[in-house]
Design a protein around this ligand. Structure first.
Ligand SMILES: Cc1cc2nc3c(=O)[nH]c(=O)nc-3n(C[C@H](O)[C@H](O)[C@H](O)COP(=O)(O)OP(=O)(O)OC[C@H]3O[C@@H](n4cnc5c(N)ncnc54)[C@H](O)[C@@H]3O)c2cc1C
Length: 398
C-alpha cells in the first residue's frame, strides 16, 4: 500500500513514466538507478504539489483495477496460419494475428521493438512495414518514452490504437488516460518480471568485445533450431559470427530465467492475477501437450485470454488469421503460474546487485553467477525431446 512518492520505495514503481508525462510543471524527470532501472525524481523547486503524479501511478494502493474485465475470461489456444509469422513470433503469433484482424481499418500499433543499437523501447506507428518489428519477446524492460502522451493525442483525434506491453505498462496507460476509449484495444503479455536494461547493455558490450564485431541480430527465443519447446538464444554479429545456445546456457538468459536482475516491483506485481488488466492477455500455452494435445503446434502455440466484451467480439475477425481452440483457465494457470502470481525473487539477487554496484563487469558476473551446465547435461538437453526429458525427470523425481 502507499505510493512511490511517499518514501521512494522501489517496490512501488514500475517505471511507466506516467507521472513524468502528466506533471503540469515538468517537475519530474526519470533517473536511472545503479541497478539500471528508471525512477521518477521530483524537482522540488518546480513542484506545485498538485498530486497528479500520485493520481496516475498504476502501482499505488495495491494497483490499478480495470472494472471492464471479466473474472471469467473466454480462453483460447491459438496459432497463426502464416508460417513465417509463426516462426518469427515467440509463442503462436497471436499478437500479429490481432494486428492483422484490423486489416481493413487504419490503426496505430504501439509495442516493444529493438532499435538499431538493440535498446528496447516502445514505438507507436501506423506503418505496416514496421509491424514485424513488434514480433518476438525482448527480455529487457522496454522504455515507454512518451508513448502515453502520443497515444492520448491519437485517441482524441479518433484514431484506432492497439497498445501492447507488460501488464503494468497497460495499467499505467489506463491510469494516465483516466477514461475509457472505445477506439483503444489493450493487450498484455504474461510476464515473470522485466530485466534491467543496464545488465543487458553490459552483456551487449561484453559480446561485442569478445567477438570483435557489432551485433546484427538477437533472438531470445529462436524456434528455427528445435522448435518452440526447446528455444534457443541466437546472436548474430556483423562479421558473420553466430552464437546459438539453448536458452538456459546463454548467461544473460540464465540470469533472466533465474530472476537475478528483474525490477524490484515485479516480485510483488499487483497485475499477476485474473481478472487481468487489459482486453486481451497473451502467453505461451505451456502444458498444451497435456491439456489439449491435438492442438499442440511445435512451431508455437499462444494462450489468449479474452478479458472484455470488446475483445470477445473480435472472434470472427481473429479466425481469419489464427487457428483457435478452447482452453480452460485452471489448466492455463497450472502450467503458467505467472498468470495468477507474481514471480519470486532469487535469494541471490541482493548479492548480485551489490556486485553490479561495486563495478563487476559482465565477465566477472558470468564467472560467479552464470556457470554453464555440465557437458553431459547440455548434450542430453540437445538430443532429447521435451517429452523424454519430462519422463526422465519423473522417473528420477528431479
Ligand atoms: C519480459 C517478458 C517476460 C515474459 N514472461 C512470460 C511468462 O512467464 N510466461 C509466458 O507464458 N509468457 C511470458 N512472456 C510472453 C511471451 O514470451 C510472448 O510474448 C507471448 O506468448 C506472446 O507471443 P506471440 O507469439 O503472440 O507474440 P510475439 O510476436 O512474440 O509477441 C510480441 C509482443 O510482445 C511485446 N513485447 C515484446 N517484448 C516486450 C517487452 N520487453 N516489454 C513489453 N512488451 C514486449 C510486443 O510489444 C508484442 O506485443 C514474457 C514476455 C516478456 C517480454
Amino acid at each position: 500500500m502507499g505510493n512511490y512518492f511517499e518514501n521512494n520505495d522501489k517496490t512501488l514503481c514500475c517505471g511507466c513514466r506516467g507521472c513524468e508525462l502528466i506533471c503540469p510543471t515538468s517537475a519530474i524527470s526519470m533517473i536511472e538507478d545503479n541497478e539500471g532501472f528508471m525512477y521518477p525524481f521530483v524537482d522540488e523547486d518546480k513542484c506545485i504539489h498538485c498530486g497528479m503524479c500520485v493520481k496516475v501511478c498504476p502501482i499505488k494502493d495495491g494497483g490499478y483495477t480495470n472494472d471492464l474485465v471479466s473474472s471469467e475470461p473466454v480462453i483460447y489456444g491459438a496459432y497463426n496460419k502464416e508460417k513465417t509469422v509463426l516462426e518469427e513470433s515467440t509463442s503462436g503469433g497471436a499478437f500479429t494475428g490481432i494486428i492483422d484482424s484490423f486489416f481493413e481499418d487504419h490503426i496505430l500499433v504501439c509495442g516493444a521493438i529493438f532499435d538499431d543499437d538493440f535498446f528496447v523501447k516502445h514505438l507507436l506507428t501506423d506503418d505496416i512495414n514496421l509491424f514485424s518489428k513488434f514480433r518476438g519477446s525482448k527480455y529487457v524492460q522496454s522504455d515507454l518514452n512518451n508513448s502515453y502522451s502520443e497515444i492520448r493525442k491519437s485517441l482524441r483525434k479518433g484514431s484506432k490504437v492497439l497498445f501492447s506491453g507488460t501488464p503494468c505498462q497497460v495499467a499505467g496507460l489506463k491510469a494516465f488516460l483516466g477514461k475509457e476509449y472505445d477506439n483503444l484495444l489493450c493487450v498484455d503479455i504474461v510476464c515473470h518480471g522485466v530485466p534491467s536494461p543496464k545488465i543487458f547493455s553490459m552483456y551487449k558490450e561484453y559480446l561485442q568485445d569478445k567477438y570483435k564485431s557489432k551485433l546484427a541480430n538477437i533472438n531470445f527465443r529462436d524456434k528455427s533450431i528445435k522448435g518452440w519447446d526447446t528455444p534457443y538464444m541466437t546472436i548474430e554479429f556483423e562479421n558473420g559470427n553466430k552464437l546459438k545456445s539453448i536458452g538456459y546456457d546463454d548467461p544473460y538468459s540464465m540470469g533472466f530465467y533465474k530472476k537475478l536482475f528483474q525490477r524490484p516491483v515485479c516480485h510483488s506485481c499487483p497485475f499477476s492475477k485474473v481478472p487481468r488488466v487489459s482486453d486481451i492477455t497473451l502467453a505461451d500455452y505451456w502444458g498444451v501437450e497435456n491439456t489439449n494435445p491435438e492442438f499442440k503446434n511445435n512451431r508455437g502455440t499462444s494462450l489468449m485470454l479474452m478479458n472484455t466484451k470488446k475483445a470477445q467480439m473480435l472472434y470472427d475477425k481473429l479466425c481469419k488469421n489464427l487457428v483457435l481452440g478452447n482452453a480452460i483457465l485452471a489448466d492455463a494457470i497450472k502450467y503458467n503460474p505467472q498468470l495468477a502470481k507474481a514471480t519470486d525473487p532469487n535469494p541471490k539477487r541482493p548479492e548480485f546487485m551489490v556486485d553490479v554496484k561495486s563495478g563487476y563487469n559482465f565477465k566477472k558476473l558470468e564467472k560467479k553467477y552464470f556457470k554453464r551446465r555440465s557437458f553431459l547435461k547440455r548434450f542430453l538437453s540437445i538430443i532429447l525431446n521435451k517429452e523424454t526429458k519430462i519422463m526422465i525427470k519423473k522417473i528420477f523425481k528431479v
